[in-house]
Design a protein around this ligand. Sequence first.
Ligand code: PMP
Length: 314
Amino acid sequence: MTQPDHRDGDRLLWRSGTLVPWRSATIHVGAVGHCSVSAAFEGIHAYWDPDREQLNVFRLREHLDRMLDSVRLGHLVTTFDAASLATATGELLRANGYRSDTYVRPYCFPQGDLREQMVPAGTATEVVIDSWPMRSRLGTDASCTVAVSSWTRFGTNVMPPRIKAFSNYHPGRLGNIEARARGADWPLFLNQTGMLTESSGANVGLVKDGVLSTPAVSDGVLPGITRATVLGLARDELGLTTQERSIERTELYTADEVFLLGTSAEILAVTAVDGLTVGDGKAGPVTRGIEEVYQDVVRGRRDRYAHWLTPVWT
Ligand code: PMP
């Protein structure tokens, strides 16, 4: 059976408790604007396990918990808890018939045609879960280049980077545009004190003399679930020393290896920073080692980490 091409809108989405055709999941045009500014969201990857013919959502509960944290930090309220959203995610993915790598996008936003610029605390919300096919790049030798952005990362007392809200992505968009204009794929942002933070949609790690370092959450990064996964796998499976600390920009230029890490980025080798080649210009041995273990885990080949996988098909 061939799977319909759900990118064309030929799919269902879950909207506040009901599965609805993507095409009819509309809102009034007046709801675009102030409602969307406050919206919190998540990006989740489900991976196909060809051996067991199973689709597994990776760290679903951690993503849903983080979305509910973002909802709380944004003073929104929802009646849905993580358990009911996890059930809804499974229901949605089954209803769409997915049997390949899939992206899951839940979001929570104030409901209705709000005229108030500052959406008040406690406004009623909707939760939507959308999903579409997204092929994994793991094992494909994909890589990217980065440029340190002239845009400063917002600090925790400006727009807390821990809140995964759509509004937090405006500076990221400006950074992306600047990076592309400078011939790089992605930006890396420094914080107000000049310390490295993250990219527009991914965390960053670097390797020097066998030690894996990533910026501390307190330097202003989203506490990435891939970041947490990779720090654990690097220690427990590869025996690496890991550090979460303040990292200077110049460390990027002398690192043996640099990579991006995130739900969409997965483990993505960085081959050049600001035009300076990293290592020999290819994914280094630590990056490849981490990618291999990560791929095994998400594809269900490491039983020890089976608790991170939520099977879709029963
Ligand atoms: N930082 C930002 C700004 C992001 O958008 C993402 C993607 N969610 C990440 C880091 C990586 O987080 P995760 O590994 O949880 O996807």
